[in-house]
Ligand binder design. Structure first.
Ligand code: FMN
Length: 328
């Protein structure tokens, strides 16, 4: 058993969290991760309305008795999101852990803290992690440059970002980005993290509610198969490098400012969700994936994955590292 302040704080068996994932973070996956002893997370904005989130929380409760969280991604959107109402549903439904990402969750901290909801803010820089601590977050998840989704614009990978954050923060730090096996967990703990947050690795599991082709493509892909789009818009996103991603990059590579209206039909979330994640055409829309694809060789259940990661990390700590110590 690996015990840390994160396992204690969240009331979970293993220090493994499944990060919020648009279109993937549904009850099936979150409950499977929580049943495996980690922390599953529902993605609030995958639910079209706050009332749908309420129903999804109820559905997840039917599938697990263990704690699970909700991700609230605070990013600018084309259609305004009724964030206050999502926050109220989270509180009303007795959710005890929220993962926020994107903008600072400052304006919701009072409501969350008054309701006893622990906020884990996921961010990509030490300065944002310090801000999260200052506004009362219970932990900071640090997303290194390896991560799927939005790595920020600083491009600092976790081998440096994580210990930099750990040195400066008092609240527990969770390592996010690039972790997919027990080696990653052991390394993150060695660097000072008290838990890991994984996205990409959990997509290639039996319970992830996405088409099998997507999972299989991740098995067949390597660490070289992602692309960084939206760099020209300073809203970088790491996605799977398919022909749509390449088309986006070539539009962004044209001289002058990028015209988002040219990109929109290619990158529309609904297109990625329907054509890739639901219908399984992995080349016909954008989908988020991280460098850790290079470490994905199978499609296990969440229970198999979580127990394998923990066993491998324990073995590394107990045997491999111990055996390297020279005693006088
Ligand atoms: C398919 C997919 C969708 C994601 N959607 C979101 C999201 O909506 N909100 C968010 O905060 N993070 C999102 N992420 C990022 C993850 O929560 C996590 O921070 C990231 O995947 C960690 O890097 P890793 O993929 O290397 O494990 C997404 C990741 C994936 C793979």
């Amino acid at each position: 058993m690996i015990k840390t302040r994160v396992t204690e704080m969240l009331g979970i068996e293993h220090p493994i969290i499944q990060g919020g994932m648009m279109a993937v973070g549904l009850a099936e996956l979150a409950a499977a991760v929580s049943n495996a002893g980690g922390l599953g997370i529902l993605t609030a904005l995958t639910q079209p309305t706050p009332e749908d989130l309420r129903r999804e929380i109820a559905r997840c409760r039917e599938m697990t008795d263990n704690p699970f969280g909700v991700n609230l991604t605070l990013l600018p959107t084309i259609n305004p999101v009724p964030y206050d109402e999502y926050v109220q549903v989270i509180i009303d439904e007795g959710i005890t852990v929220v993962e926020t990402a994107g903008r600072s969750p400052e304006q919701y901290m009072e409501a969350f803290n008054n309701a006893g909801v622990k906020v884990i803010h996921k961010c990509t820089s030490v300065r944002h992690a310090l801000k999260a601590e200052a506004i009362g977050c219970a932990a900071a998840s640090v997303d290194g440059f390896e991560c799927a989704g939005h790595p920020g614009e600083d491009d600092v990978p976790n081998l440096v970002l994580l210990p930099c954050a750990v040195s400066r923060l008092r609240i527990p730090v969770i390592a996010s980005g690039g972790i997919g096996d027990g080696r990653g967990l052991a390394a993150a703990l060695a660097l000072g993290a008290e838990g890991v947050n994984m996205g990409t690795r959990f997509v290639a599991t039996r319970e992830a509610p996405v088409h099998h082709n997507v999972k299989q493509m991740m098995v067949e892909s390597s660490e070289l198969d992602t692309a960084l789009i939206f760099r020209t818009l300073r809203n970088t996103a790491r996605i799977y490098k398919n022909s749509i991603a390449k088309e986006v990059l070539s539009i962004e590579g044209k001289p002058g400012d990028t015209d988002f209206s040219e990109l929109q039909p290619l990158v529309a979330g609904a297109r990625g969700r329907e054509r890739v994640l639901e219908q399984g055409d992995t080349d016909d829309g954008v989908w988020t994936a991280g460098l850790v694809m290079g470490l994905i060789d199978d499609i296990p259940s969440c229970a198999e994955l979580v127990s394998r990661i923990v066993a491998e990390a324990e073995d590394i700590i107990e045997n491999r590292l111990q055996s390297m110590l020279q005693r006088a």
